[in-house]
Design a protein around this ligand. Structure first.
Ligand SMILES: Cc1cc2nc3c(=O)[nH]c(=O)nc-3n(C[C@H](O)[C@H](O)[C@H](O)COP(=O)(O)OP(=O)(O)OC[C@H]3O[C@@H](n4cnc5c(N)ncnc54)[C@H](O)[C@@H]3O)c2cc1C
Length: 512
């Protein structure tokens, strides 16, 4: 970025969640970061710390930072991971472990402010296409300014994809018969209307994942009644929204940097044991989870069928329920759960396959996301269209045949941000390696020893199988049978393996 453009860019204060659009995107940068969510802001921070002197810009389609935490504005929106591990390793988290979207944005705003990142971020720029030229050894990116529709062109040596994994503009809304006849309102949590008045209304929430678990305690006190309509039950972990060891260390006057590190290690240690036990003794873990729910709903509440999932724990994300708030609503009678399937919508509500009808003024479809592969950007390489499904992933970060590009795809069973820091270390090490050796490009390629390796879809459905992933798996890059060629989703091995990656391995093909 030129000095004058830097000076012209507005600052984003810690309390600001939107920003005016900066005047000018630089014509060329060393690194272009796509997206100003947790991954993009983390990437920008690490570049400034580990690759001083590298020019970079962040292009963000929305009018503010935060990504997921800006897009989702439904009542009660909060994390389901603790912020000690969902926060970055470099910035201590000092609040309650489960945080609201506003608190997460506040934290991100401080990272931007403290590290002078705002001048690099260009809001309101939706990237439409990215074209690699082997002759020029760089990417040409075309973005649309969402305020004027003007096309902006920027070239970049390296593309750092931090665009998340789902389409921000709209959530996944299944089609049911009769939806048009329904006289009430149908809303998706991802596009929650500002004017939605649910006071005294009958609300049906379709779905029982983390979103429903968050929404129900927020809606229940105000609406007449909220019914969670689920096709199949979900696992929940009720627990207190506090971490005793953090409070104790604070009482002892330990500094926040130490508390952050100690609490992260403790949480990760406990999570590793829990994940391992979910695989080795799933039935015991299942009974423990059910006992946690029973403790809130009372011994007379029959957990079967509403809270009795038929899959082993951890095949889908397990929703943490802080202070059991979801179950308090159910125990009070203001909220209830129905396990059934939708036959059709009617004028007054939803007719179920069992024959029962749920009356509703408002139906909330907490039915998930539309997976989008690499930001709905049209890619091509030397004029040839690029289909990511034809590529093989290098450790879930890079792709065969795609030069100078890395993608941040976080963890499902641990906090996403743990991988943001790890991938950033890798990208910064790779950029430094290339600079030192005068390499202009790097492209992952299968090695002779990988010939004939069986290729599978991105994720093993036996391992992890949420709906959006199953619906979009055919669009994602392939995985191979060796650790190098897959996203293991295992933080505990990656934290040791990623820093040791041999950058001179023949899986990396460099060009000067
Ligand atoms: C409601 C909800 C709660 C969640 N809670 C947790 C949790 O508690 N713990 C956890 O680990 N994970 C959680 N996740 C997963 C979550 O998405 C990640 O943890 C994390 O916030 C993702 O950050 P990101 O920066 O990678 O992507 P995103 O937050 O998706 O941000 C990507 C950004 O890129 C921008 N972008 C995309 N395409 C383009 C383009 N073409 N041009 C320009 N900009 C573009 C988007 O506008 C967006 O701002 C949650 C997800 C949701 C939806």
């Amino acid at each position: 970025m030129t000095q004058s453009a830097e000076a012209a860019a507005p600052r984003v204060g810690t309390s600001a969640h939107t920003a005016t659009f900066p005047d000018k995107v630089p014509d060329h940068v060393d690194v272009l970061i796509v997206g100003a969510g947790i991954s993009g802001i983390g990437g920008a921070y690490h570049l400034t710390q580990q690759c001083a002197g590298t020019s970079f810009a962040v292009l963000e389609a929305q009018d503010g930072f935060g990504g997921t935490w800006l897009t989702h504005r439904y009542p009660g929106i909060r994390s389901d991971s603790d912020l000690y591990t969902f926060g970055y390793r470099f910035k201590p988290w000092t609040g309650k472990p489960i945080a609201s979207a506003a608190e997460i944005r506040e934290y991100l705003g401080e990272v931007i402010e403290d590290n002078d990142l705002a001048r690099h971020i260009h809001y309101g720029h939706r990237i439409q296409s990215a074209s690699w030229s082997s002759a020029e050894q760089c990417w040409t990116i075309v973005a649309e300014r969402v305020d004027t529709g003007e096309q902006v062109r920027v070239t970049a040596n390296f593309l750092w994809m931090c665009q998340g994994y789902y389409r921000h503009s709209e959530g996944y809304m299944p089609e049911w018969d009769g939806m048009a006849e329904f006289k009430g309102r149908i809303v998706h949590p991802q596009t929650w209307p500002d004017d939605l008045d649910y006071a005294g209304k009958k609300v049906v929430v379709i779905g029982s994942g983390a979103t429903a678990a968050t929404l129900v305690p927020s809606l229940a006190p105000t609406c007449e009644h909220v019914t969670v309509l689920q096709r199949s039950p979900t696992y929940f972990i009720p627990g207190r929204n506090k971490i005793e060891i953090a409070d104790t260390l604070r009482e002892l006057g330990i500094c926040e940097e130490w508390i952050h590190e100690i609490v992260r290690r403790k949480i990760l240690f406990d999570q590793a044991a829990f994940t391992r036990r979910s695989m080795t003794e799933p039935e015991v873990v299942k009974q423990e989870l059910l006992a946690g729910v029973r403790a809130h709903l009372g011994p007379d509440y029959n957990l079967d069928p509403h809270f009795m999932p038929n899959y082993r724990p951890w095949r889908q994300r397990i929703a943490f329920v802080p202070d059991g708030d979801l179950f308090k609503g159910i125990a009070s009678g203001k909220a209830s759960v129905v396990t059934d399937e939708i036959e059709r919508f009617t004028e007054a509500g939803i007719k179920l396959k069992s024959g029962e009808t749920l009356e509703a003024d408002i139906v909330v479809t907490a039915t998930g996301f539309n997976l989008n592969v690499l930001g709905d950007i049209v890619f091509n390489i030397d004029g040839e269209p690029l289909n990511f499904a034809d590529t093989v992933t290098y450790r879930g970060m890079m792709f065969t045949g795609v030069p100078n590009m890395a993608w941040v795809f976080g963890y499902f069973r641990a906090s996403w941000t743990l991988r943001v820091d790890l991938v950033a270390d890798f990208v910064c090490r790779l950029l430094t390696h290339m600079k030192q050796r005068g390499h202009r490009s790097v492209v992952p390629a299968l090695r002779p020893e990988d010939a004939g390796m069986e290729l599978q879809p991105w994720m093993d459905p036996e391992n992890f199988n949420p709906g959006y992933l199953m619906r979009g798996m055919h669009l994602l890059p392939k995985r191979g049978a060796k650790p190098e060629w897959q996203h293991s989703q295992d933080y505990w091995t990656e934290k040791d393996e990623l820093p040791k990656i041999d950058l001179e391995d023949p899986a990396f093909v460099y060009t000067r």
